[in-house]
Design a protein around this ligand. Structure first.
Ligand code: SF4
Length: 512
């Protein structure tokens, strides 16, 4: 009997369960990694995402070889053909794969016609296993992130003093919402020059006919992401030493042309498996232990909440979801995604700045994603599924498991409130407060019903009016709906016609 291990492109870690189970016989265990061109062509993915995944896979294959694993690395149209050749060559009788995080990939593997036993080993790439999350969720009426996060803190003994949170409270969010006012000095980001392996992938993607569509949207170079675990660890250390202390207060702020600010930039590496979330959480917690005073606690807790809280919770909910979740559309939003999401070509400066940055590096931070990109689509009534596909294609850290919960649940409230306790809808007021975008915009952030009114304003009130009957049953919307009721019928009519005309103009622009 010969076991062979297939390592997927987001499982690039020596201790992942499929490899770990064979480590005693690793010199006799064939391993395969496959670049599938058809798989990469499913969406017009950001070109830098293709380079990141394939270069990281090639580097990981080299590392496995240097540890004595017999590795086959191949590029093909599909997965089936190279797998069959490899199985034949090594006379493999059992294929082991760590359970894919993305459900479509799991289904694809189950449908392959390999004529041998296929074993999924339980995934160990998250802090909570799938089974542990199911047990936590079973019997709960609502899956509340805060409950899950506190249990995670206690269970893994993170930022705890006995059974109490350090600093006497679980959450320091009030200290973490500073607008970017005054003179701020932003730290440099840690980027990497492509090595010869990465440069080969860049050259391939540049020349390949298969990705010509993506070339219309995304910048391929400069490509500056890390592609190895060693580089990912450098980024983690760099974050802890140079950014963490200021990360918390300004984590929601947005500043023109500041692409990374104090953000950790670790999500691409976590999502490839180059870093394990528990080691990231523990490295950040260590910064608290190393510091004799509590001055950074709001930053440290804020970051740990994102990884041990939100990231684990979003993955757990994805595991827990039913097959209908991807088609959720509670508001029945059906407008097509505006073309400017792909091009960045819009007079709305906030969207223009963020979309331009996404074109350049495939990244925007969580508030840019939630309160600008998602918010606009929500209030303008864009199809949640079209938006999710766009997020999945555009972001360097985008995968099915990340985007379903974050875009459909959190950003679009398409699940009717399973994840978010209210829709994240906001007018220009929020964007003007948390960014410097509005002062250089063609629209007026104070206007909601004039010809120069900011579209975030007229869409915000139109959204509330359009869905009044649904929203009035949401407890956290009561006060907001009272504000809507104060708008005169005449002004509301003007607002609603601006919203409707905006869509008419979009359609006309697309057809011309
Ligand atoms: Fe965005 Fe409106 Fe501000 Fe312009 S005025 S930057 S569109 S929020």
């Amino acid at each position: 009997m010969t076991i062979g291990v297939w390592v997927l492109g987001d499982q690039l870690w020596h201790e992942q369960s499929a490899l770990l189970g064979c480590v005693q016989q690793h010199q006799q265990t064939p391993v395969i990694l496959i670049e599938s061109l058809a798989h990469a062509g499913q969406l017009p993915y950001h070109l830098q995402k293709l380079v990141l995944v394939w270069s990281a896979m090639r580097h990981f294959a080299d590392q496995l070889r240097s540890h004595g694993w017999p590795v086959t690395y191949t590029q093909a149209l599909d997965f089936n053909t190279p797998l069959l050749e490899w199985i034949e060559r090594y006379q493999i009788t059992e294929l082991r794969v760590m359970t894919p995080t993305d459900r479509p990939m799991q289904k694809l593997i189950q449908k392959l016609n390999l004529q041998i036993q296929v074993t999924f080993t339980p995934s160990n790439r998250f802090i909570w296993s799938d089974e542990e999350f199911r047990q936590w969720a079973a019997g709960r009426k609502r899956l509340i992130m805060e409950d899950f996060y506190r249990q995670g803190r206690q269970r893994f003994n993170i930022l705890m003093e006995g059974n109490q949170p350090v600093g006497g409270q679980w959450n320091f969010d009030k200290q973490n919402r500073k607008p970017p006012k005054g003179k701020l000095t932003f730290p440099a980001a840690l980027w990497f020059k492509p090595d010869s392996i990465t440069q080969d992938v860049i050259n391939f993607v540049k020349q390949s006919e298969a990705f010509q569509n993506s070339h219309n949207y995304w910048h391929l170079e400069p490509f500056l992401w890390g592609v190895t675990r060693q580089q990912a660890l450098q980024v983690l250390k760099f974050f802890v030493e140079t950014r963490l202390s200021t990360f918390g207060p300004y984590q929601d702020a947005m500043v023109t042309k500041e692409q990374t600010m104090w953000h950790a930039m670790l999500s691409p590496y976590l999502n490839l498996g180059l870093l394990h979330p528990l080691e990231v959480v523990q490295a950040v917690e260590q910064a608290y232990s190393d510091n004799s005073n509590n001055s950074q606690l709001n930053s440290i807790e804020g970051f740990i909440r994102q990884v041990l809280g939100w990231r684990e919770y979003m993955h757990g909910v994805y595991v827990y979801l039913d097959n209908e979740y991807p088609s959720s559309n509670w508001f029945n939003h059906t407008h097509p995604l505006p073309a400017f999401y792909w091009t960045g070509d819009t007079q709305m400066n906030c969207l223009h700045q963020i979309l331009t940055q996404v074109k350049q590096i495939g990244y925007a931070h969580h508030i840019q994603r939630l309160m600008v990109l998602n918010n606009f689509a929500l209030i303008a009534g864009i199809s949640p599924q079209e938006l999710e596909d766009w997020f999945h294609a555009a972001f360097i850290d985008g995968y099915d498991w990340v985007m379903q919960t974050n875009v459909l649940g959190m950003g679009q409230f398409a699940d009717g409130g399973m994840i978010a306790s209210k829709p994240y809808a906001a007018s220009a007021n929020y964007i003007n407060n948390m960014s410097d975008y509005c002062k250089n915009c063609a629209y007026n952030h104070r206007e909601r019903s004039t010809d120069n009114a900011c579209p975030f304003n007229f869409f915000y009130w139109d959204f509330l009016a359009r869905h009044y009957d649904k929203l009035k049953n949401q407890p956290r919307m009561t006060q907001i709906l009272r504000n809507l009721e104060r708008i005169s019928p005449l002004e509301l009519q003007k607002i609603r016609s601006l919203a409707s005309n905006w869509h008419t103009i979009q359609v006309a622009t697309c057809q011309s």
